[in-house]
Design a protein around this ligand. Sequence first.
Ligand code: ATP
Length: 235
Amino acid sequence: MNAIEIKGLTFSYGNTPVLKGVDFSVPQGRFAALIGANGAGKSTLIKMLLGELPFTGETGTIKLMGQELKQFGDWSQVGYVPQNGMASYKDFPASVEEIVQANLYARIGKFRFGGKKEKELVDHALCQVGMEPYKKRLIGRLSGGQQQRVLLARALVNCPRLLILDEPTSGVDETNTQEFYRLIKKFNRSEGMTVLMVTHDKSCLSGLADDVWQVEDGRMERISEERGENCHGNI
Ligand SMILES: Nc1ncnc2c1ncn2[C@@H]1O[C@H](COP(=O)(O)OP(=O)(O)OP(=O)(O)O)[C@@H](O)[C@H]1O
């Protein structure tokens, strides 16, 4: 099954077309990278996948885990790490553990606070990314690379089947970038977690991504693969 399947997708901001008939799929368990020039439409595509932009069936189809986006409801299956996720929240008054736990509200419910089980899940997610020792610290008092690791823990706390990352290491130094990629690859391989990562860092892709897709002129083309049969169109 494809974790992501997009057919004939078009999207415009006002009268400006950005996506002009995108065909794209990521089979479950695979690691796909998305590259393309500034303004090519990568983040727009991610926003559409996350249901953050208006979408009508007339402009193509998006399926997540085999379900039409409009019907898809279990967002705990999807983890998301944004670009420079906490950069505009320097004084955000929440601790690392609160930031991660916030992603558990769907299971905690509106009327109570997280209990022992939720605290264990948060600790586990923070341990996985090496940030458990910082759990009481305010998020704004961490470095950019550390904040991105916390956002990765936040994405992982629900054990998602699909992890989407939008330039997760922009502004992160080389050593921490490599460590970040190593972690993502580990979850992809050991947990079978499907990964879609937007990146400008082409040098990282060898040995990391199974497929590399390029967005150009509103369309997508698969330009390379490590495991697969052909280099164009859907798998
Ligand atoms: N909210 C918006 N309203 C109007 N136009 C937008 C909006 N957001 C993005 N755009 C335009 O849509 C196009 C695609 O933008 P998008 O952010 O998807 O590109 P990108 O490939 O992610 O770029 P980058 O690599 O710079 O992050 C760009 O021309 C951009 O200026």
